[in-house]
Design a protein around this ligand. Structure first.
Ligand code: HEM
Length: 534
């Protein structure tokens, strides 16, 4: 609108001044006027587009504080959409921030959306812990898949607080995590057995399949009280569930241009996001409602707050906390979603690093052997295995599963930072955790896998130290962080205790990344798992 008004007003003096200057009435003919007008419009669009930070930062939005927020200009209309729409956005953004000295905060545009990204621990903390950043921008796919009614995307308010309270009391509390140890042990035992048979049968193991099945079953167990026989390849319910989880991941992980250029949704939807979401939602509803019905029929909601599954818990809540059925479906579905890939892919990264660093693997095995011997490793043992904790922390540093902390934040009002920059209301804010954990000013030799850096240096990774906060921080911090850590550390300990892991000569470990919903190994880890003989 503004541009239109400006162009009419400004172009009028051209039209009358130029003929006057040149003294020729011919210049007023239609063609010349049109050319001048087009030149002016192009010039104004270019000037308008090439503001610092790009199209969404026009009118000095980035200059409202004492210090200006620097940033790339991007392309007219699109801004920096190409940087984020393909490849490894965390690496591209880190490079841009480092090379332009904008690590503290960098402004850029995704179409009409103004975005800031921090690659610095101090600014990251200010953003993540600010109450004015407790909302999230919601993608079309997340909305269509009901996630706006689940914890991750619910707007900051009474409903979101209720969900967090229910989840932290009944799913993620230390007592409940402990109560589900048997499930973790069981799923791991099945995984170890299946790994041994695949090794015997094929001479190598594709670890990802086993990890994904174990974590899906594990989260299904604690959320739905249901486990599948993962070796039975023909179970229709398991096949359908895996398909739905995969489809949901693809839809949520896909870069949807219409999220940033809403008018584009009428013209261009290469992933058919709307159509695919419409097909997926009824299938999810049917499956989850079926399981809820089963629980109702079995009357299991009575006294389950301590040892039941999460469906039992939700059914047993009283009127004040009771959720509507559709909200229950959204919350339960979200847990399956979040709990499955994160634990599996983090364990895969840990194992890849252990295979590439055999001396670390041996040191870890020696620690486990000296504390546990041939006994089964338990959660209680894991807490005492300090080198194991250091190995997992170092993996989270080098390969944070959410390098951009998975889901961005949204400012609900203007936020003044201590460095003098002001982030205006309605700005999407990201933290580039990958850039922080790969910054040599923050971590010496950042590219080297060296768990020893954590041995005598107890860095808290649960959000209080933003030099390494792979679970985020502040009120939107990951509520599943303890469950995730307990599961990953237990499984890594048992994998290392039971097998020697060696890379294949003809298929070396490849640490290339692919960024989907999370950042995973591009090439699934295929290795030799040699059973240990005591
Ligand atoms: C290795 C494991 C995991 C990693 C690295 C991880 C990472 C993250 C990150 C970075 C966030 C965003 C935090 C922020 O904005 O500050 C998040 C949010 C969340 N995570 Fe996790 N996560 C993991 C495991 C889990 C598990 C096992 C669950 C549940 C079963 C879970 C459930 C959630 C939920 C519900 C949110 C949204 C919280 C909110 O918006 O209030 N996560 N996670």
């Amino acid at each position: 609108m503004d541009t239109g008004v400006m162009s009419t007003k400004d172009s009028s003096w051209w039209v009358f001044t130029i003929p006057y200057l040149f003294g020729s009435k011919n210049l007023l003919d239609g063609y010349v006027i049109f050319s001048l007008f087009m030149a002016f419009v192009s010039l104004s669009i270019l000037t308008w587009a090439f503001t610092v930070g790009g199209v969404a930062w026009k009118n000095g939005r980035n200059k409202r504080g004492r210090a200006r927020i620097p940033g790339p200009r991007g392309l007219p209309i699109l801004g920096s959409l190409f940087t984020l729409s393909r490849g490894l956005a965390h690496r591209a953004l880190a490079q841009m921030a480092w090379s332009s000295g904008s690590s503290q905060l960098m402004a850029f545009s995704l179409g009409s959306t103004p975005v800031v990204v921090s690659s610095d621990p101090h600014t990251a903390r200010e953003i993540l812990t600010s109450p004015h950043f407790a909302d999230r921008p919601i993608k079309q796919s997340a909305k269509s898949l009901m996630f706006s009614r689940a914890i991750g995307f619910a707007p900051n308010g009474t409903y979101w607080r209720l969900l967090r309270r229910i989840a932290s009391s009944y799913l993620f509390s230390p007592r409940r995590i402990l109560a589900h140890e048997d499930g973790r042990q069981l799923d791991c035992a099945v995984m170890l057995r299946n790994i041994a048979s695949e090794q015997e049968l094929k001479g190598s193991v594709i670890l990802r399949n086993h990890l994904q099945s174990a974590s899906l079953n594990n989260i299904m167990g604690s959320v739905f009280g249901k486990r599948y026989d993962v070796a039975a390849k023909n179970d229709p319910e398991l096949i359908a569930l895996k398909e739905m989880v995969k489809e949901g991941f693809e839809l949520l992980g896909a870069f949807n241009w219409s999220d940033y250029l809403p008018w584009l949704s009428y013209l261009y939807d290469p992933y058919r996001i709307v159509e695919r979401c419409e097909k997926l939602v009824p299938r999810v509803r049917k499956l989850v409602r079926g399981i809820i019905e089963e629980h109702r029929r079995n009357g299991s909601e009575k006294n389950m707050l301590d040892c039941g599954d999460f469906v039992d818990v939700l059914l047993s809540l009283d009127s004040e906390e009771k959720l509507k059925e559709d909200d229950m479906v959204a919350v339960l579905w979200e847990m399956i979603f979040r709990g499955t890939d994160t634990t599996a892919l983090l364990t895969e990264w840990v194992m890849a690093e252990l295979i590439l660093n055999p001396e670390v693997q041996s040191k870890l095995r020696a620690e486990i052997d000296s504390l546990v011997g041939k006994n089964d490793v338990t959660d209680a043992d894991v807490a005492k295995l300090h080198y194991l904790q250091a190995v997992v922390k170092e993996t989270l540093r080098l390969h944070p599963p959410g390098p951009l902390l998975s889901w961005a934040r949204l400012s609900t009002s203007d936020v003044q930072l201590s460095n003098g920059m002001l982030i205006p209301a309605n700005t999407t804010a990201m933290v580039n955790m990958w850039a922080i954990t790969h910054d040599s000013q923050v971590w010496p030799d950042p590219l080297v896998f060296n768990p020893d850096r954590f041995v005598n240096n107890d860095v808290d990774i649960r959000g209080s130290d933003t030099r390494l906060a792979p679970f985020g921080a502040g009120r939107r911090v990951c509520p599943g962080k303890n469950l995730g850590m307990v599961t990953v550390t237990l499984w890594v300990a048992k994998l290392v205790q039971k097998f020697n892991w060696v890379q294949l000569e003809n298929d070396p470990v490849d640490l290339s990344e692919v960024l989907k919903l999370s950042c995973e190994m591009k090439k699934p880890l295929r290795v030799t798992a040699i059973p240990r003989i005591y």
